[in-house]
Design a protein around this ligand. Structure first.
Ligand SMILES: NC(=O)c1ccc[n+]([C@@H]2O[C@H](COP(=O)([O-])OP(=O)(O)OC[C@H]3O[C@@H](n4cnc5c(N)ncnc54)[C@H](OP(=O)(O)O)[C@@H]3O)[C@@H](O)[C@H]2O)c1
Length: 273
C-alpha cells in the first residue's frame, strides 16, 4: 500500500518540490498551504490532496490532518517545511514581528506535530521531518529572530526524538544552506531600523552579505527534496541531514557530524533508548 506524507508550505520552494517528488514516486501527498489556489500544479492527481493549512490558525492545522487521514487512511510522514526568515536588529524589532516568527517557525510546527501524533502513536510508526537550516546550528549577524526560531526547532526536535523513538516514531532534521526559493524574496522580513543609526553599518553589511549568500553555491529545491526523501525513508536512527556542499562546509567548520552522532548515541544508551 502507498505511504502518505503531509507537507506544510507546499505552495512554493522546498515544500512544493518535496510534494512533487513524493507524488512522482507513488506516495499519497497531503499538500497543505495557506492559499489552495497556489496548489494548481499539484491538484488533479489521484494521489494528491491539496488542502488549506495556515500555521497561525490552529483549527486549519487540525482540519488538514483530519482531511489527510480521511482521504488516505493514515499519515506516515509529516514534513514540517513551512517557515520564513525575519531579520534585523533585535532592539528595533517590534514584539509582534518577533512573536509571528516564533508562531510560524516554532509553535505552528509544534502544533502540527501534536496534530499527527495521536494517529502515529496508534499505528506505532511514523517519521517527522522538520526543515531546519544551517542557521539552526550557526548564526548570521542580525538573525536573532530567525536563528532563535531554528535553534528552537533543532533543540525541540533532538529532545523529542528520544521520547518518540520508543513509540516507533522517528524525528529528523534537514538542514539546507542557501536554496533558490522565495525565502530571500517575497517571504523575507527585514527590519532595517533607520531610526537606530548605531546599527546601520551592520545592517548595510548584512544586507550585502545576504545578497551574496543568495547567489553563491545555492541548491535547487528539488535537491533538498531528495535529501528529505532520504531522511523520510532510510529507516535509520540518524537525526540530522545536512543538505548541500555549502551547508556541509559551513557546519563542518563548527561541528563534527561524527561527534554529534556519537554524543546522541551515548545519551540513548544512558536512558536505555
Ligand atoms: N531557501 C533557503 O535558502 C533556506 C535555507 C535553509 C532553510 N530554509 C527553510 O526551508 C523552509 C521552506 O522555505 P523555502 O526556502 O522553500 O521558501 P519559500 O519558497 O518562501 O516557501 C516558504 C513556504 O512557507 C509557507 N508559509 C509561510 N508562512 C506560513 C504560514 N503562516 N502557514 C503556512 N505556511 C506558511 C509559504 O506559504 P505562502 O506561499 O502562502 O507564502 C511557503 O509555502 C523554511 O522553513 C525555511 O526556513 C530555506
Amino acid at each position: 500500500m502507498s505511504q502518505t506524507i503531509l507537507v506544510t508550505g507546499a505552495s512554493s520552494g522546498i515544500g512544493k518540490a518535496s510534494a512533487t517528488l513524493f507524488a512522482d514516486r507513488g506516495w499519497n501527498v497531503v499538500a497543505t498551504m495557506r492559499n489552495t489556489d497556489d496548489g494548481a500544479g499539484l491538484a488533479g492527481r489521484d494521489n494528491v490532496l491539496v488542502t488549506t493549512l495556515d500555521l497561525l490558525d490552529s483549527a486549519s492545522i487540525t482540519a488538514a490532518v483530519g482531511a489527510g487521514i480521511e482521504r488516505f487512511g493514515a499519515i506516515d510522514v509529516l514534513l514540517n517545511n513551512a517557515g520564513y526568515g525575519a531579520y534585523g536588529p533585535l532592539e528595533a524589532t517590534p514584539m509582534s514581528v518577533l512573536r509571528r516568527q516564533f508562531d510560524v517557525n516554532v509553535f505552528g510546527l509544534v502544533e502540527t506535530i501534536q496534530a499527527v501524533l495521536p494517529s502515529m502513536r496508534a499505528q506505532r510508526s511514523g517519521v517527522i521531518v522538520n526543515v531546519s537550516s544551517v542557521g539552526g546550528r550557526m548564526t548570521f549577524p542580525l538573525g536573532s529572530l530567525y536563528h532563535g526560531s531554528k535553534w528552537a526547532v533543532e533543540g525541540l526536535s533532538e529532545a523529542l526524538h528520544y521520547e518518540l523513538a520508543m513509540l516507533g516514531i522517528r524525528v529528523k532534521l534537514v538542514e539546507p544552506g542557501g536554496v533558490n526559493t522565495d525565502f530571500g524574496g517575497r517571504s523575507f522580513v527585514f527590519t532595517d531600523a533607520p531610526e537606530f543609526p548605531d546599527y546601520q553599518p551592520l545592517v548595510d553589511m548584512a544586507a550585502a552579505a545576504l545578497q551574496e549568500e543568495a547567489s553563491d553555491d545555492n541548491q535547487e529545491p528539488h535537491e533538498v527534496a531528495e535529501v528529505i526523501f532520504g531522511a523520510a525513508t532510510d529507516g535509520s536512527d540518524r537525526i540530522r541531514y545536512i543538505s548541500g556542499a555549502g551547508a556541509t562546509q559551513l557546519l563542518g567548520n563548527r561541528y563534527s557530524a561524527e561527534q554529534d552522532e556519537q554524543f546522541v548515541a551515548g545519551m540513548r544508551a544512558q536512558f536505555g533508548l
